[in-house]
Every structure is written in structure tokens, then in C-alpha cells.
Design a protein around this ligand. Sequence first.
Ligand code: PLP
Length: 415
Amino acid sequence: MEHFDPVESLAAMRHEFGEHGGVNMSIETSTTFTVMKASTLPAIFHGQQGPEGGCYLYGRHFNPTVYVLGRQLAALEGAEAAYCTASGMSAISAALLQLCDHGDHIIASKTVYGGTFALLKEFLPAKAGIDVTFVDAFDLASVEEAFTDRTRVVYVETMSNPTLRVADVPRLADIAHARGARLVVDNTFCPLVVSPIRLGADVVVHSLTKFINGASDVIAGAVCGTTEFILSLMDLHKGALMLLGPTMDPRAAYEISMRLPHLGLRMAEHSRRALTFATRLRDHGLDVMYPGLADHPDHDLLRQLGNDEYGSGGVFTIDVGSSQKACELMEVLQNRDRFGFMAVSLGYFETLMTCPASSTSSEMSDDELRAAGIAPGLLRISVGYTGSVEQRWRQLEDALEIVGLGEHTDRAVLA
Ligand code: PLP
């Protein structure tokens, strides 16, 4: 496979200067745009002219600042084009509604983010007549068996939330394409770590709210794909993004764009720390899941599919046996040791901890949680990079001792 480095791809893009030659791009706040000739407006409405030729119409359609961020994300994902949305959920729902009509069918992984699960299980079938079959996406035979004549999309997360299984994107793409379907991949958990479009995926969706923005201060999303697909989403008469209108604010686009240059450094550090803690916790005898550990079921697959420089991602899980124990541990880690925050979301510079069964995956029933491998005591930890590694490790060890999960718990229970 041809070498691809997402950071090199971003750096190779034309630099976007500000209006007065500033080294940063300007924020274009106008919601409507003028033209010099009256005939230009109908040409834009008919799709004959557009942002690639510098012609803008209206902010919900294309905004210059949001358009630049889209081009930057397309470069990062190795896609032809991308466009940004007001949230990850709006990117996912618009992409799926664009690809599926009433009566069509989606095959989806049964381990996906709880909001996506609810969209697929309840919302799309009830509101849009789109059928969804949930499968074990890590068992390719069960994906193949689920196809119907109306299957238009296979939907997976590159690294599943919260179980951290890795999708075999090239083989899933082959299976989908052989049946005339598209592979849509949510790459929120591992930007830069894996580049699904380079591996055969047709569409990549992102919650930019997470690692890509990295500061837990903006809700945002993106859809990446072919130019044809992105233009279809923005079609003035038939485009799901254009007509449903989950538009990104240009100020948010500017903020996120300013954080892309250090995404590579951040991802490498999130991954380095996650690997350090996961390895040491495993040495303590804890039940840790992290794709960077050699005994993870998808360790070899990730090494084969992943880009070398950015590690195995910034999230690991520990199953501490019960939700009560998970809550106890999180409380000590936050309130006593200042290790991180009990909060949903991930990809922040501080560590974030949640118990998915009772929070981010609470849309699922007990049976669905069990089928997805989400145990009640599963703790999801998105590793931040503030403080030193050894300082954070001491806090983690200390908290484990206090809640009776430490290596030396029988000898010393700390006050
Ligand atoms: N995809 C994944 C994997 C997520 O974890 C989330 C949110 O947690 C989303 C999508 C939704 O993103 P947003 O909250 O930006 O709408």
C-alpha cells in the first residue's frame, strides 16, 4: 500500500492567509455573499459555480472558513473532500440519510457509540423507514450474511466505543463493494492513527468534539468522502446537510483549524501515555483492554492498518468487576488524587473517565450491552497529557490501593 502520513498531507496543503496577509486565515462571518454579475446567482443555484471557484452564496451552503477546515480535514483523512457540521451526530445522520432512501437497509456494528446506536435502532427506522441490522462487525461472515437487496451501507467505528475493537476496514470495504454498498466509518476514536479512506472506506465521519479539537470546548463534526458525495450533501435541492441544516459556525471552524497543526503531537502523546498506563495496569493483574497491548485481539490488525507515528490511540478500558467499584475508583481519582474528571466525552487534554454501561451507552438494554461486550464495571479512560507521566501513575496506583484493586492492597490501605 502506498505510504500515507496524514500530518504530511496536511502540511502539503496550500497555506490559507488572512484577508490582510495575516499568517492565519480570516474568519468569514457573513451569512450571505454578494456577486458582481446577476447571472452568477443562478449559476450557483444550478451547481455550475461554487466555492472551488471562489463563489459563495449563503452560509448554510458553503462558508469560506468552514470550507477551509473541510479541506484541511480531507487532507488529514486522505479524502478528496470534506465538510464540517455542528456536531458528530449531525455528520453521521446526514451521511446516512444521503446514502439511504426510505426502505433501504443498513448493516451496523452492534458496538457503536450509544447515540449512534439509538439513531440506528430507533430513529432512522421509525422516522425514515430505514431498516438496520446490528451484527458482530468483527466476524466478517456475520456481516456478509446480513446483506439484503436493499443494503446500501455498512457502518462501523474504526475503534469501537467503548470496547476498543478495531474494524478490518479493507475487508469490510471489499465485502460492502462486492454487494454495491458503501462502507461508512466513524474515525472519532483514532484520527491520524488509522486513515480508513486510504484503506477502502467510502465515507469517514468524525465527532471533532473529541481528539481533533482536543479542548472540550467545541461541539463539531465532519463528513469526509469523494467530492461527488460531499457536493451531493450540499446540493441546494436534495442535500441532507443543506436541507437539514446542521451548519458549523465559522468561529468554531477557525478555532478547530488552529488546533490541527498540533494534532499529531497530541495524538502521539495521548497514545504514549495510554500505552504506559495500560501496560502497568496489566502488570498489576487488572483486566485492561488497549489495542496497543500485544494480547489485544486486534493488536496485529491495528499494526497492519495503522499509521506508524501515532500509536494505538488515547483510550483504554479496565473492567473492575462492578459499577459500584468503577464509581468508587472514579471518585477517588477525581476528588482525592486529581487524576482526571468523571465526565463523558474523550480526547481532552485532561483525563476523562466514564462508566459507559450507565452513561454513554445507556441507550442500550442490558441484553444489548452484554452482546456488545460492555460490562457494568467497565471503566473507559481517555488519557490526557497534563502533568508528568510518573505523577499521574502515582495517582492511579494510589487510587487503586484505596479502592482495594492495588498490587499491595493487602499490605497498605491508604487513608
Ligand atoms: N461518534 C463517536 C464515536 C462518539 O463517541 C460520539 C460522542 O461521544 C459521537 C460520534 C457524537 O459526537 P457529537 O457529540 O460531537 O455529536
